[in-house]
Every structure is written in C-alpha cells, then in structure tokens.
Design a protein around this ligand. Structure first.
Ligand code: ATR
Length: 274
C-alpha cells in the first residue's frame, strides 16, 4: 500500500484525509492517507520516520517552514514561498518540497469562479505565510498590479521587494488604500477570531469587486459578510482553495489530476449538514 499523510498540530478537524480518499476513489488509485498529529518540538524526526516507508505528506500549521527546511530539493514556487505544504519522496529517497497553496488559490479563482486575473487590480490583505505562498502564482497571471496591504507595513514592503522581479507588486498600509480594485483576497488570520482588517469600503466597486476569503467556515466569514454588506460583486470563501491545493498535491504524487468539482460539492454538502 502507498502511504500518505497530513502533518499538523492540531490536526483533528483536517478535511485532507476525506478529500484525498475521494480523489483516490474517483481516479481508481489505491492508497492510504491518514492525519498525523506531529509533536511540536520534533517535527523533522517525526516526518523522517514516516518517510522511511511513506511516499508523500501534506504539511499544515505550524510546520510549513520546518518542512521547507527539511526538503532536499524545492520547486520554484516552494522556494519562493519559503514554506512547504507538500512533500514527495523521490525514487532516490530524497524529499521534494512544494507549495501548492497559491496554485490552489489561482485555480479556484480562475476555474471554479471564472475570475480572470490578467490585467486586473488585485489587493491582497496580509503579509504572512498565506500571502507569501500566493505571490508567485498570482504574479505569474500578469495582473495590472498586485497590492499587498498589511497592518505592519514593513512586512508588506519586505515582500514587495522580494517578489519585485516577478511583476508589478506594491506594498501598502490599510490607510493608504483609496481606490476601488477588481479583486480583494483576504489572507490575514483575522477571520480566525471573527475580526476584520481595517479595510476602507471605497475599495469595493458596487456589483463588481470580487471578494475572496482564504478562510472558510460553516457560517460566512467576517470578511465575506463585510463584502456583502458593501455590495461586492461576489463574496466567496476558501473551501475551493483547500480542495484545489489538495488536487495539486495529488497530481504531484500520483501524476493524475483529480476532478475537484464533485469533491468540493461533497464538502459543501457535509459542511451544510454540520
Ligand atoms: P498566516 O500563515 O496565516 O499568513 P501569519 O504569518 O501569522 O499567518 O500572518 C498573519 C497575517 O494576518 C499578518 O499579515 C497579520 O498582520 P501583521 O503582520 O500586522 O501582524 C494579519 N492579521 C492578523 N490579525 C489581524 C487583524 N486583526 N487585523 C489586521 N491584520 C491582521
């Protein structure tokens, strides 16, 4: 049996085992995928032990930077992200590190929601790990401009400097934002506590601006509620990004791209049931 795992801490509520089980069924692949609670102080040893027989791992909070450091080689997007959410054991036993989060975001936007990114004014809220993973895939889509706004402006400035060679990226503080944009992506961890970054409503062009929250929950997130309240064109949560980053990982491991739509529909159905 080919063994796969998702490492995290906590990990109990992870949807990854279900998603990968559904992908495996759908594509006729035989594999085993489990969730593993990795010890906070011994991630690398724990993961190495798994890879004595295991083939691939997803990595979630708080181990993505450690996974980046333990990878023997990195994809370009993994290197740029400085964090790894997917590890794949190669034929020679070495570990390839990849970051599929940003690609999952772009695919959810473009394929599932039909949002074009080329020549668009995109605003990213936040400057933490979630944003870092999204920058390379978003800039590859050639937006008109990608503005990174953060409470701590210095972090946005640092990211803008680091990714400037990939396209038009500008740092901002929230109170610098004065014009409507086409797409707003919330990548702050504020939603976790039901909070909102201090985003001015002027950013939303009535009936037009597409608002995307990387977070998801059974109830609409604070950011999605804000978007609806200010008459955004659409307000969408990040469940699709979760399924798409998993599909990218599955593809890396198995060389087969699963159809994400029925899996996303099943997750929505289960979440609605509670
Ligand atoms: P992640 O890996 O999820 O991106 P992170 O690296 O801890 O998590 O980054 C969290 C991001 O959310 C940061 O950009 C943080 O802003 P600061 O850099 O200024 O701390 C942002 N954030 C968290 N809570 C916020 C809040 N209530 N308002 C605005 N921004 C918030």
């Amino acid at each position: 049996m080919d063994h796969y795992v998702v490492f995290g801490h906590p990990i109990g509520h992870s949807k990854s085992p279900l998603i990968h089980r559904l992908f495996a069924e759908q594509t006729g692949q035989t594999l085993d995928y489990q969730a593993a609670l990795a010890p906070l102080d011994r991630f690398t040893a724990f993961a190495k032990h798994f890879f004595e027989s295991g083939l691939g791992a997803n990595v979630t909070v708080p181990f993505k930077e450690e996974a980046y450091r333990m990878a023997d080689l990195l994809t370009e997007r993994g290197r740029r992200a400085g964090a790894v959410n997917t590890l794949a054991r190669q034929a020679d036993g070495s570990l390839l590190g990849d970051n599929t989060d940003g690609a999952g975001l772009v695919r959810d936007l473009k394929v599932n929601h039909g949002v074009a990114l080329k020549d668009k004014r995109i605003l990213l809220l936040g400057a933490g790990g979630a944003v870092r993973g999204a920058l390379e895939p978003l800039l590859t889509e050639e937006p008109h401009v990608l503005v990174v706004a953060n409470r701590t402006v210095e972090k946005a400035q640092q990211l803008a400097q680091e990714f400037a060679d990939l396209g038009p990226i500008l740092p901002a503080g929230y109170d610098w934002l004065e014009e409507p944009v086409d797409i707003i992506i919330n990548a702050t961890s504020a939603s976790l506590s039901g909070d909102l970054p201090p985003i001015p409503p002027i950013l939303v062009q009535r009936g037009e601006t597409f608002c995307y929250d990387m977070m998801y929950a059974q109830e609409p997130t604070a950011f999605c509620r804000w978007a609806v309240q200010h008459h955004a064109g659409q307000a969408v949560d990040g469940l699709g990004m979760l399924v798409e980053q998993a599909a990218e990982a599955f593809y890396l491991w198995r060389g087969v791209r699963p159809d994400s739509a029925p899996v996303l529909a099943e997750l929505r159905r289960l979440m609605a049931e509670g």
